[in-house]
Design a protein around this ligand. Structure first.
Ligand code: GDP
Length: 345
């Protein structure tokens, strides 16, 4: 696998130094400190393996037991497999589909024993993850790329925005944060803390202000200052769902007034520890908010990492990034091969 650049949202130009900013927590690394392609890849796979430890212990090790407990594939083996997939949170629909695919392989005698069954399962999961359509729109040359971040409060939205800004800055990009979750004063404060940590300007208004106005100001400022990426924080309160969706829609329309192709990416933040409940919330957002990809947080804290497969299969959305801890550097671009290898080996 060739490791992608962290973003690859569309821009791939030379690093542009950010001017007039406070010292950042992680200055762009010097070329001499860069690991080789092979080292970077091995390190990346190791980190992903580490992040899915709990899921591997639940899924991978139980699969190992199934594989080791007899040569024949009988009804029991498939029942056990079903229970394991459900407990890893693949969900009923995705689990049923995976089992159906496996049954076809067994019927056609392409899979003959339990060991082969495990290998085929690995293959089917990888296939589902690889075939998820990518929905990203490129920003025209010279225009800032606008990334809207949506999701329910508590999922790790603000932290993920901070982590994204951190990685973008490490790649030498000029970033602007838009504090459009004006509903929670704490959200604006928290974003400002991330702005300071990453040396990133934050555009904000007073608590209770109009989120669309913040976006308008933010995008105009970004255009004037040759910013590469604008990351927009949005409100995530669920109890006024229809208002929230209207608000998100208004924000999208406002963004398009300043940059017609914006937003270029709308990332929904999902908490992996909420599993299938999170999937239900995600459906509500994807219908109304034009979501193009998922940031799945707290993968490090759950044995239910199989929800990644359910997201890809049932929402038809790519997992773009996974949160693997609370620190600034604990965000990884999602890679199907690294994920599946981390689960099964
Ligand atoms: P928001 O309300 O959605 O903005 O959520 P926050 O960004 O404030 O995050 C809620 C909590 O989740 C905080 O304690 C974060 O440190 C924690 N958190 C966020 N992402 C991750 C992650 O990937 N792994 C872990 N272990 N904790 C995370």
């Amino acid at each position: 696998m060739k490791l992608r650049r962290f973003f690859g949202f569309g821009k791939d130009e030379e690093p542009a130094p950010q001017q007039g900013q406070v010292a950042v927590e992680a200055p762009p690394p010097s070329p001499a400190a860069e690991p080789s392609q092979e080292e970077a890849q091995a390190g990346f796979f190791d980190r992903m393996r580490q992040a899915v430890t709990r899921t591997r212990e639940s899924l991978g090790e139980r699969l190992e037991e199934i594989a080791a407990s007899g040569k024949e594939i009988d009804a029991d083996a498939l029942d056990e497999l079903e229970a394991v997939l459900l407990s890893a949170d693949l969900g009923t629909t995705t689990t049923a589909e995976v089992l159906e695919r496996l049954r076809r392989k067994i019927d056609s005698r392409e899979v003959g024993d339990r060991d082969a069954l495990k290998r085929q399962l690995q293959h089917e999961i990888l296939e589902i993850l690889r075939s998820t359509p990518q929905k990203h729109v490129k920003a025209p040359e010279g225009e800032p790329e606008v990334v809207m971040v949506v999701g329910v409060n508590g999922t790790g939205k603000t932290t993920s925005i901070g982590k994204l800004a951190y990685e973008m800055r490490r790649e030498g990009k000029k970033v602007l944060l838009c504090a459009a979750d004006t509903f929670r004063a704490a959200a604006i404060d928290q974003l400002e803390i991330w702005g300071k940590r990453t040396g990133t300007e934050v555009v904000k208004t007073k608590p209770g202000g109009d989120p669309a106005a913040v976006i308008f100001d933010g995008l105009q400022s970004a255009k004037a200052k040759d910013v590469d990426y604008v990351i927009v924080d949005t409100a995530g309160r669920l109890h006024t769902k229809s208002n929230l969706m209207q608000e998100l829609d208004k924000m999208r329309r406002t963004a398009a007034k300043v940059i017609p192709s914006a937003p270029h990416e709308t990332l929904l933040v999902m908490d992996a520890t909420t599993g299938q409940n999170g999937l239900q919330q995600a459906r509500q957002f994807t219908q109304a908010a034009g979501v193009t990809g998922i940031i799945l947080t707290k993968l490090d804290g759950t044995a239910k990492g199989g929800v990644v497969v359910a997201i890809s299969r049932e929402l038809g959305l790519p997992v773009r990034f996974v949160g693997v801890g609370e620190k600034a550097g604990d965000l990884m671009p999602f890679d199907p091969e690294a994920f599946v290898e981390g689960l099964f080996s």
